[in-house]
Ligand binder design. Structure first.
Ligand SMILES: [Zn+2]
Length: 67
């Protein structure tokens, strides 16, 4: 994927890099475990907590594309 030429997504780009907290132990996550993929205007990002090894996913809305 290329975020560099996705100008409308610049605002979401900042949110994309906000660090989620582990829902299991509230440890702040730093490195995404899996690459994000875009599905229907959303970015799904997989994380693996380094503190408790709990895996979870975050979803970020990047706006809808007019069909
Ligand atoms: Zn954790």
């Amino acid at each position: 994927m290329s975020l560099q030429n996705a100008t409308p997504a610049v605002f979401a780009f900042a949110r994309y890099f906000t660090r989620p907290l582990c829902p299991q132990c509230s440890h702040e996550q730093f490195v995404p475990e899996r690459s994000a993929f875009v599905n229907d205007g959303r970015i799904c990002h997989g994380w693996l907590c380094e503190a408790c090894n709990h895996g979870f996913c975050t979803t970020v809305e990047i706006g809808r594309v007019a069909a």
